[in-house]
Design a protein around this ligand. Structure first.
Ligand code: SAH
Length: 344
């Protein structure tokens, strides 16, 4: 089918076949811009001009997993490990809300010290001090743990599926299985969380077809939020000598996911900002509508090294508003809950 026809369909219905998604992800040269414009048009129509800010707090870099790409993997001995206390997490959250953000994102390695009881204490502590939404990003847990955290007041949960190719998934996480990840995502939805999935771009061995399947997996899951970023090789991991994801392929993936999901919240991730100084701005022009400034206290932030040269290490999170407004967008008011009907 001619590109013009695929893009028309992309703008008007988003109802693309797998082959059409592959065709869009394979675009090169001047045509790529046409894809980005189509995604931007869909973003404008379904999400408006508002960019949602989410305040990120990376509260522990201790991890019991050994994911081959991640600098926090338990096998990495060359990293200073830390845990923030529940009170520290609550205090930093209150501070972030005082600065005008209304979503707190709590992210960590899979650190068993933070039992469901401790997470409940943290969530209740945050909610009793500040009027905000709480998003968790702390990995795979039992149904009972997820339920306890939801009942304590947590609103959303991010758990990227990383790749929808089961063999590739298993190669990257020898002690984990894609089906467990997917079960967790379904549990989270069932419990009533607004749920975020997502994948990395250009993982070693990943094909364009894999990426197309990721986009369709995300669509079929009806994810409320989708995190997409380039794979960035970390020197202290088994994948240190592999090449990382490019800006262009990451932006194409963001654009395609915007087109097929219509109104999901899609962040311009720190990873995309780390491989290009204007990466996040370009993501916001290719379908993204969320920015997650990093409010982890600086003494901890330097050690939350998922991948090297994270952009947020040096930037002041309060600058986000300025660069968003400078590109003609506005910072959205309110908590920025899911736009999907199923979550309301
Ligand atoms: N333990 C939590 C948080 C993981 S860190 C969880 O399992 O959800 C958040 C995300 O960072 C991961 O889901 C992964 O997609 C991404 N990430 C990890 N290592 C990376 C790397 N080397 N390059 C790019 N992204 C990476």
């Amino acid at each position: 089918m001619a590109l013009r026809l695929i893009l028309d369909k992309a703008i008007h219905t988003g109802d693309l076949t797998r082959d059409e998604v592959v065709a869009l992800l394979s675009l090169e040269g001047k045509d790529v811009q046409r894809l980005f414009s189509a995604a931007d048009q869909v973003r404008k129509q379904y999400c408006g001009e508002g960019v949602h800010l989410r305040g990120l707090i990376e509260f522990s870099n201790i991890c019991s997993r050994d994911c081959n790409y991640c600098g926090l993997r338990r096998g990495n001995r060359r990293i200073r490990r830390y845990r923030m206390t529940p009170q520290e997490i609550i205090d930093v959250s209150a501070d972030v809300v005082r600065k005008g953000l209304q979503t707190i994102v709590l992210q960590s390695g899979e650190d068993p010290w933070y039992t469901a009881e401790r997470m409940v204490e943290i969530i209740q502590g945050i909610k009793s001090q500040a009027d905000c939404a709480v998003t968790l990003c702390i990995g795979e847990r039992s149904y009972a743990d997820y339920l306890a955290m939801k009942e304590a007041g947590a609103d959303r949960y991010l758990l990227r599926h990383e790749t929808s190719n089961p063999e590739l998934y298993h190669r990257l996480h020898p002690d984990m299985r894609l089906e467990d990840r997917v079960r967790c995502l379904r549990d989270l939805k069932d419990i009533g969380f607004q749920v975020g999935a997502g994948n990395m771009v250009r993982l070693p061995g990943q094909t364009i077809e894999d990426l197309a399947n990721d986009a369709l997996f995300i669509r079929d899951l009806e994810a409320d939020m989708i995190g997409i970023g380039p794979f960035i090789p970390h020197p202290n991991t088994p994948l240190s000598d592999k090449s990382g994801g490019t800006l262009e392929m990451t932006l194409k993936m963001i654009a395609v996911v915007r087109i097929v999901t219509r109104n999901a919240h899609i962040p311009a991730t720190t990873a995309v900002g780390s491989i290009d100084p204007f990466g996040r701005k370009k993501a916001l022009m290719a379908g993204a509508n969320v920015v997650m400034p990093n409010y982890t206290p600086i003494e901890y932030r330097v050690n939350y090294e998922i991948y090297p040269n994270k952009r947020c290490l040096t930037e002041d999170p309060s600058e986000s508003r300025a660069w968003i407004e400078a590109m003609g967008r506005v910072v959205a008011e309110g908590k920025g809950h899911s736009l999907k009907r199923s979550a309301q």
